[in-house]
Each structure stands twice: as structure tokens, then as C-alpha cells.
Design a protein around this ligand. Structure first.
Ligand SMILES: [Zn+2]
Length: 175
């Protein structure tokens, strides 16, 4: 998978979710900018994405911490200002994401087991979802509002988790 090819980075849900998780919504715009320009300064990015410079820097450092971006410093001889040029580290992004997907897959498999091995009860107002054991400790009353909890059918959740697991497995096999 080449991350530079036609918006893969935004289209791939796991990639997107990962970036949102580590760096927030605005990171997607910043990554788009970096993809487009190759190498650019934080000031330039801030101007183009109409985002506060400090915020842009914060996001860039989060990407850096996760091995997705790198920077170089240069000092202007006259003014003494230091400029930071940023670029995406695309070689890393594939391996970072692959690791991430493996972890995500493990989490999903655990979640699937949990969903399959438990019976759930929910508050009709959506406050809580508890396992049968947890709900019986509360006498099947929502801990937040006291309403009678009702049985929750998690078949749809299980189906969705299974589908995502299949997609991830396929993706990992092909990468
Ligand atoms: Zn409730």
C-alpha cells in the first residue's frame, strides 16, 4: 500500500481512525498539505489550513511522536529566526499502520469474544450497557437513572465486528 496514492490515507478507515486518535480532526488537513507539498514549514501549513500555528505545531509533534512526520531546522542568518520544515515519513507510515492494525485486530478479537460470551442489558435511555452479571448486581436498574434495564441484542455488533476482522485480516495479508 502506498500512502501517497490518491487519498489512500483518508479512504482507509483504520488509517483515518488512527490519525484521528493520535492527532485529531485537523491532522487530516495537515497531512493533505504535507502530501501535496512534500516538504513545507509549519507556518505555511497553518496559513493553508487556516489553523492556529500553535495548534498546527502541536499536531505535527504528535505525528512526529508516532513516526509519521519528521522535521529539519534551519536558521535565517539575518533575522536569526529558526524555521521548521516538515515532511511526512512515508516509509514509516506503512509499518506504523501495520503494527497498529495488528493491535486493533487483537482488540477486536477480544471484543468479539466478550460480545459472544456475555448477555447484555441496557438502559432504555442509553445510559449504560451492562453484562447480565453486572446488571443483576444493580437489580436490573440503570445505575444512572434507575430505570428498568432491558435485554440488549448484540447480534448486529457481532456481525459488524466479524466483518471488520475479516477486512483487517485481508488487508494485513495483502500488505
Ligand atoms: Zn438510565
Amino acid at each position: 500500500m502506498c500512502i501517497l496514492s490518491e487519498n489512500v490515507i483518508i479512504e482507509d478507515e483504520v488509517t483515518k481512525e488512527f490519525i484521528l486518535e493520535i492527532a485529531g480532526d485537523e491532522a487530516l488537513d495537515i497531512i493533505e498539505q504535507l502530501k501535496e507539498k512534500g516538504e513545507t514549514t509549519d507556518e505555511d501549513i497553518a496559513e493553508n489550513v487556516e489553523c492556529d500555528l500553535n495548534n498546527v505545531r502541536k499536531i505535527l509533534y504528535k505525528l512526529y511522536d508516532n513516526g509519521l512526520a519528521d522535521y529539519s531546522r534551519s536558521r535565517d542568518e539575518k533575522s536569526g529566526w529558526i524555521t521548521y520544515s516538515w515532511e511526512l515519513t512515508l516509509d514509516n507510515i506503512d509499518s506504523v499502520l501495520k503494527e497498529r492494525k495488528k493491535v486493533y485486530l487483537e482488540e477486536l478479537e477480544e471484543r468479539l469474544e466478550y460480545e459472544e460470551n456475555n448477555v447484555f442489558y441496557v438502559c432504555p435511555d442509553g445510559h449504560e450497557r451492562l453484562t447480565f452479571e453486572e446488571a443483576s448486581e444493580e437489580q436490573f436498574e440503570c445505575p444512572e437513572c434507575g430505570k428498568q434495564m432491558v435485554h440488549y441484542d448484540d447480534d448486529r455488533d457481532i456481525k459488524e465486528i466479524k466483518e471488520t476482522i475479516e477486512e483487517l485480516k485481508e488487508d494485513l495479508e495483502n500488505s
